[in-house]
Design a binder for this molecule. Sequence first.
Ligand code: DHB
Ligand code: FE
Length: 283
Amino acid sequence: MAEIIWGLATSHVPSIGAAMDNGRTSEPYWSPLFDGYAPAREWMAKNTPDVAIVVYNDHANAIDLDVVPTFAIGTADLYPVADEGWGPRPVPPVRGAPALSEHLVEELIDAGFDITICRELEVDHGLTVPMSVYCPDPGAAWPCPVIPVIVNVIQHPQPTAARCYALGKALGQAVRSFPEELQVAVFGTGGMSHQLAGARAGLINEPFDRMFLRAIEVDPVSLTELTREDYVREAGSEGIELIMWLVMRGALDEQIIRVHEAYHVPASNTAAALALFDNRAHS
Ligand code: DHB
Ligand code: FE
């Protein structure tokens, strides 16, 4: 049977990818952020999964704002890197894991989650930046195939935090019911507090972020009690991306081991964080 071996929560700020792509990670602006990643990267490099499930949001690059699925899963063999206006990032295309994707879609639909199926999908910074946070130097190919799981966090009404956590629980069960012996990692991406436009542009709420970082590890249910308005008020209009961390957390066991955590302000306009959890507390 397949098992989930670890979970990674990470911000997906595009300029983090650009800093890597342009060789600027050791500049004074960026080095504190990348120094904070180092222990997690070292650990993940020793714990390469067979498949990574990346829970992320498209930013109107692959999915037009005219048709916005609440939850969607990619079932393709290959996901090209999207051109977000400056040409595609110079990173490898993302190989898929279609057999596991199709199993997840079927299991989740049977569990009451009406998943949109993406047979073709270009992946934007929401997915490629977390992949670069995981693996800074992939060479010609990423270390493992990937299943993109898309959550609408950009168009009101976003799914509730409670629904995202429930999706994560069902996703975890669906992975565990896959009959192949696969080791799977789950990424929850986006956040932390940030707002890119409007009167509150530049908003950072460190006390809220610190509370969220503690609770995602030890008391995720408390985070499901917050409404979408709570997330937007406390974390900003883009900070609501944090509900995607709850999908990852729901897929993990109740007991997890925190391997590493880092919090840094600012990365572009965003409070950036990383939290890495080993899901093998039981073994
Ligand atoms: C930024 C953050 C995001 O989450 C995003 O999708 C785009 C930009 C930023 O802080 O620049
Ligand atoms: Fe974003």
